[in-house]
Write a protein that binds this ligand. Structure first.
Ligand SMILES: C[S@@+](CC[C@H](N)C(=O)[O-])C[C@H]1O[C@@H](n2cnc3c(N)ncnc32)[C@H](O)[C@@H]1O
Length: 215
């Protein structure tokens, strides 16, 4: 079993074998994340992000949940010109800053250190894409600010929405995760019923919701 994944192990292994091994700073960061238990997005999810960036000619991204900066660096490497990213943990933020410097991307990635609940209401950017990847129980709280900061014709990408399958069935829900699962279900309902959004939930990685903001 791979990380309580939502997909069959043999499918994940096969799909991951298709992905080229990450070189340089990206490879180093993957190894660091594995060694230190840092939660970074799954390889299939990162590949999807990179594809969306190239397909949609995405130039600006707001990321909620930076960790050590792995996805931010991958998005810039994929062609994004500006990533604004928010991280609560001072330790993760420090490592992320070092990584942005090592990658020579300090000019393109701006890190806001602090709680997204406080930072998002102060933001007024107009982004091509928003990558929602912080505390899963708080997605609903972040959502109105993300909608405000997302351009018409932009894409909201929300990671981990199937949450190891727990969102889809009570049979898998662990007691201590009940609140998160309840909120993720509410969040997906909200995405699906927001008239300005066209949403599709993909069983990629840990579940990714793609929401297009209509023009
Ligand atoms: C899954 S990790 C992000 C992984 C990163 N996007 C990547 O793929 O490389 C989630 C991060 O969100 C941060 N986080 C959680 N709640 C937050 C909040 N309220 N505000 C800002 N960051 C938060 C956590 O500290 C954690 O580092």
């Amino acid at each position: 079993m791979i990380d309580d994944s939502i997909n069959y192990e043999y499918i994940i292994r096969y799909l991951r074998d298709l992905l080229p091994e990450r070189q340089g700073i990206q490879g180093e960061m993957e190894a660091f994340a594995k060694e230190h238990g840092v939660p970074i997005s799954q390889p299939e999810t990162i590949k999807l992000l990179e594809l969306l960036i190239q397909l949609g000619k995405v130039k600006s991204v707001l990321e909620v949940g930076c960790a050590i900066g792995y996805s931010a660096i991958c998005m810039v490497a994929a062609g994004c010109e500006r990533v604004d990213t928010i991280e609560l943990s001072p330790d993760a933020a420090r490592v992320a800053r070092e990584n942005f410097k090592k990658a020579g991307m300090e000019e393109k990635i701006h890190l806001y250190e602090g709680d997204a609940k406080e930072i998002l209401p102060t933001m007024d950017g107009s982004y091509d894409m928003i990558f929602m990847d912080a505390a899963k129980a708080q997605y609903g709280e972040f959502f109105p600010h993300c909608m405000r900061c997302l351009k018409e014709g932009g894409l909201l990408v929300s990671d981990n929405v199937l949450y190891k399958g727990m969102t889809a069935t009570d049979e898998l829900v662990q007691r201590r995760k009940i609140t998160i699962v309840k909120r993720l279900r509410e969040y997906l309902k909200m995405l699906s019923s927001t008239p300005q959004l066209e949403t599709s939930v993909l069983p990629v990685g840990d579940g990714v919701a793609l929401s297009y903001k209509r023009r």
